[in-house]
Design a protein around this ligand. Structure first.
Ligand SMILES: *Cc1c(COP(=O)(O)O)cnc(C)c1O
Length: 377
């Protein structure tokens, strides 16, 4: 059977975990957490990178930092993972869902302005499939209306927009190191702080609302509860697992790009004949090959495709149920404008297996099966 995803694994992770254990520091912010933060700061040029338990934790921290009050609004796409929205709803914000663009499947920046109200506090762009949103336009609108920008860059670790790292462009950026992402320690994430006004608050929120980080740096002589926060820092054992992969990110992402390009080349002919749509990457974006997907012309064909592949022991999956039509999305959110692209993509997109450890022979089996299906259409 060919899995949809296999977590990246280099083989050097164990030695680092053992070292973390031997050092007798396995709680948060030990040697490996600091090393991971450094790698991320060097890569992204973010003013501060803080390892977290997940991208969701980083999004929740961002929501706390925005000091949202009930009735405040944040704008995000409906075609995204649950916690892009729920992290802000948790703080009482109303979620305003916008449609995506039909090419990149990212938040449509042309619809943003019509969704802004006097209660709008932030825009949450999601770099879908590791392909950047049009950040210049988004930042311009944020500036005009004095909004904060929190990038959900969960899928975009190692992606760039005009030579800037995704996640380092808005006020705050959130990364994921979940098993399904390019770089992974099972469950993990990071908060990138690009607006320096947020640095101190980010450290406090991450350390249960205490000024413990300042205490460890010798800047205060005892630490205490200073504002609302929670436990958002991972064990140093997880950071030790993550560190070798973060250090080898270039190699991991380049391998994925090779596989991605191979899919892309092979399906070109079928796109030209109007049978499928392939992913689109604008010229000013350098992506990380987080995902390869195809779009069919109907839900019926997609269902047949997934079943056909499954019969041939190849796992392909779809996502997302649009958040605006989910029970909680309806309770905590509202839609501005149409949702045509979101609804259509949700029914017609399928993700193909793509992971670091996949070899070309396996990929050839997948491609040949897809050819069989496409030729039967
Ligand atoms: C994976 C993902 C998340 C959640 O990441 P976790 O690290 O599992 O919390 C959030 N947003 C997007 C767009 C994602 O793809």
């Amino acid at each position: 059977m060919i899995n949809f995803n296999e977590a990246p694994y280099l083989g050097t992770e164990f030695a680092c975990i053992k070292e973390a254990i031997d050092s007798k520091h396995i709680s948060g912010d030990g040697k490996y957490t600091k090393l991971c933060n450094e790698v991320l700061e060097n890569l992204t040029k973010a003013k501060k990178a803080l390892l977290t338990n997940s991208c969701t934790a980083a999004l929740e921290m961002s929501a706390l930092m925005l000091n949202l009050e009930p009735g405040d609004e944040v704008i995000c796409p409906s075609f995204t993972f649950v916690t892009t929205a729920s992290s802000f709803a948790l703080r009482g914000a109303k979620i305003v869902f916008l449609d995506i663009k039909n090419d990149t499947l990212n938040l449509d920046e042309n619809l943003l302005e019509q969704a802004v109200t006097p209660r709008t506090k932030a825009i949450i762009p999601v770099h879908y499939a590791g392909v950047s949103c049009e950040m210049d336009n988004i930042l311009e609108i944020a500036k005009k209306y004095n909004l904060k920008v929190v990038e959900d860059a969960a899928q975009a670790v190692g992606s760039f927009y005009k030579e800037k790292s995704c996640g380092s462009i808005g006020d705050l950026g959130c990364y994921s190191f979940h098993e399904t992402k390019n770089i992974s320690c099972g469950e993990g994430g990071a908060l990138l702080v690009n607006n320096e006004n947020f640095i101190e608050q980010a450290e406090i929120i991450r350390e249960k609302g205490t000024n413990r980080s300042k205490f460890f740096r010798g800047q205060v002589d005892k630490y205490t509860w200073v504002e609302l926060g929670s436990s958002y820092l991972p064990s140093d054992m997880l950071a030790a697992y993550l560190y070798p992969q973060l250090s080898e990110m270039k190699q991991i992402n380049e391998r994925r790009i090779e596989l991605w390009n191979n899919y892309h080349k092979n399906f070109e002919e079928f796109e030209n004949r109007g049978i499928i749509k392939r992913p689109y990457v604008p010229v000013n974006c350098r992506h990380n090959a987080h995902m390869y997907y195809l779009r069919f012309s109907s839900l019926d064909i997609r269902t047949k495709f997934i079943n056909f592949m499954k019969q041939n022991e190849i796992m392909c999956v779809f996502h997302y149920i649009p958040l605006h039509s989910s029970p909680a999305g309806q309770k905590y959110g509202q839609v501005v404008g149409k949702m045509d692209t979101t609804d259509n993509v949700s029914e017609t997109l399928v993700r193909l297996p793509l992971f670091y450890g996949m070899n070309f022979e396996t990929q050839e089996v997948i491609i040949n099966n897809i050819f069989l299906f496409l030729k039967s259409l």
